[in-house]
Design a protein around this ligand. Structure first.
Ligand SMILES: Cc1cc2nc3c(=O)[nH]c(=O)nc-3n(C[C@H](O)[C@H](O)[C@H](O)COP(=O)(O)O)c2cc1C
Length: 143
């Protein structure tokens, strides 16, 4: 994945529902780019709270898994100033498009959601306030 200055301001999370992904417990997982693994963030099926935080778009909770893309701007603004915010958003778009392409390649649909309360999503996800949620992508079910 290209990243301005190779500073990687984006994090990707998977909100996995009960029975959503074969062999994976319902929970929120974070993608760890260093070794391409996933780490547990919080246990449980949090699709309903995530949908509620997204202005009550409850269709989202029907998707077996939702990907959440967040940005921690300071990783990149430390080098590029305000322009780093632009770079982070461009990168989030790349990540989202890759998720669309991969979902299609696996024979699944994916949706994209930009309407949500940032703070509520942060609370559900148990992520630091410095991480801004940018895009939520329910995979395996389309509105
Ligand atoms: C940045 C962005 C944010 C979006 N947010 C939402 C959303 O919150 N809820 C929703 O149902 N669709 C959302 N959409 C999807 C659009 O409504 C949808 O792409 C558009 O209606 C065209 O439909 P199509 O993608 O099926 O062709 C969003 C799309 C983009 C690109």
């Amino acid at each position: 994945m290209p990243s301005g200055g190779a500073l990687y301001p984006i994090d990707a999370y998977a909100v996995v529902g009960a029975g959503g992904v074969e062999g994976v417990q319902p929970a929120i997982y974070r993608y760890e780019p260093d070794d391409h693994s996933i780490s547990l963030v919080v246990e449980g099926d949090l699709r309903q709270p995530l949908a509620k935080a997204s202005l009550g778009q409850m269709w989202m909770a029907k998707a077996p898994v939702s990907m959440v893309i967040t940005a921690e701007y300071r990783r990149i603004t430390s080098k590029y100033g305000e322009r780093g915010v632009r770079y982070a958003m461009i990168e989030a778009g790349h990540v989202a498009q890759n998720i669309f392409l991969q979902a299609e390649a696996l024979g699944m649909g994916a949706g994209i959601v930009g309407a949500f309360h940032d703070n509520e999503v942060i609370q559900v996800m148990r992520i630091p306030l410095s991480h801004e949620p940018l895009i939520i992508m329910p995979v395996g079910h389309k509105n």
